[in-house]
Design a protein around this ligand. Structure first.
Ligand SMILES: NC(=O)c1ccc[n+]([C@@H]2O[C@H](COP(=O)([O-])OP(=O)(O)OC[C@H]3O[C@@H](n4cnc5c(N)ncnc54)[C@H](OP(=O)(O)O)[C@@H]3O)[C@@H](O)[C@H]2O)c1
Length: 326
């Protein structure tokens, strides 16, 4: 496992990392989470991604319990959370849902710390843009959270390039803590934001990327080619919104053409797809997901594949997938 700087910051993140969306609480309890975190750490992963909204706070509780059981030195791992959708969305929740206002953010960090049982969180993200709160208010609040010591670095997730630049410039103007990283979706079928929209930000503001869904929620494993398999993410009732994209005929047909490229390298489709994301030097870390230990261990094989992704292999992959990519 190699390590990369998170943008222009001094923080070194493992090129692959592990996230808890969908899985923790819904598919994986504390004992299995502990086992997977341990396997990830053994292989060199040092970053674990979470969010307040995952399983309505339960994902942070599961991860916190697993950390406690593992007893790792706090220096050895990096953990994140993200804020936007809010918990307790019912009743008079106008100021604590779908927002990045100061009141919500300053209270959200305390909730995450308490659920995870930690003194500080390494990376905190504004999980989505909030067009109804001035960016300046959000920047001040995130900067104050960093200054309080409750978190170490802050960033955004799925923000437009113009908004990320605006946040950075506000922080620069007022000598506040600047956003360091963005968390965008990035995989073989979803490329333009990372490759085009953000292109100027990498050099101009030193933006780092912690990218998500390298397998497009499992599509890129090839397992949706004959429909939605039982027990998969696509079969979960709560994930019904994914069915259309997971069973997309053209994309699934392309995977059958991608398979021989993976086979030539002695790799699985999933390993090829994950390695392809990591091959982009703008990516600081590829956040992977796994619902079983076997998936995690297999996916970790992507690291060994990186040197085999020569320009010729990348061109073969492009030929099959680029016309289908957004
Ligand atoms: N910032 C954001 O808005 C955002 C959004 C989404 C995700 N994320 C982060 O990114 C992380 C990764 O995203 P993701 O979970 O969508 O990643 P992904 O790699 O696209 O999908 C992972 C899922 O694919 C299936 N899978 C993985 N490896 C497999 C294998 N070898 N064989 C068969 N199936 C396999 C598993 O689901 P099943 O076994 O259940 O089918 C697994 O949970 C999340 O945990 C979260 O931390 C962030």
């Amino acid at each position: 496992m190699d390590y990369r700087r998170l943008g222009s910051s001094g923080l070194q993140v493992s090129e692959l990392s592990l996230g808890s969306w969908v899985t923790y609480h819904n598919q994986v309890g504390t004992a299995a989470a502990k086992e997977m975190l341990a396997a990830a750490m053994d292989s060199g992963i040092n970053f674990f991604d979470n969010a307040e909204v995952y399983a309505k706070g339960q994902s942070e509780i599961v991860m916190g319990e697993a950390f406690k059981a593992l007893g790792w030195p706090r220096l050895n791992y990096i953990v994140s959370t993200k804020f936007f959708w809010g918990l307790d969305r019912d009743g008079n929740a106008v100021n604590r849902k779908d927002t990045l206002n100061r009141k919500y953010l300053m209270q959200a960090i305390d909730g995450s710390l308490s659920r995870m049982g930690l003194d500080f969180i390494d990376l905190v993200f504004c999980h989505r843009p909030d067009p109804h709160t001035p960016i300046e208010e959000t920047v001040w609040a995130m900067s104050d959270i960093i200054a309080s010591g409750k978190a170490l670095y802050w960033g955004t997730s799925e923000w437009a390039a113009a908004d990320i630049r605006a946040a950075w410039e506000i922080a620069e103007r007022h000598h506040l803590r600047k956003p360091v990283m963005e968390q965008p979706q990035y995989h073989l079928f979803h490329r333009s934001r990372v490759e085009d929209e953000y292109a100027r930000l990498y050099e101009d503001i030193g933006l780092g990327l912690t990218t998500w869904s390298p397998l497009a929620s499992g599509l890129l494993t090839g397992k949706y080619r004959s429909g939605v398999p039982a027990g998969s993410r696509g079969a979960l009732e709560s994930m019904g919104f994914l069915t259309k994209s997971l069973t997309d005929a053209a994309k699934n047909a392309a995977l059958t053409r991608l398979e021989p490229i993976a086979a030539d390298l002695g790799a699985t489709l999933a390993q090829l797809a994950i390695a392809w994301v990591a091959k982009n030097p703008r990516v600081s870390t590829v956040i992977t997901g796994a619902s079983t230990l076997a998936q995690l261990k297999s996916n970790l094989g992507a690291v060994a594949l990186l040197p085999a992704l020569t320009p010729e292999v990348m061109a073969r992959i492009d030929e099959v997938t680029s016309s289908l990519a957004e």
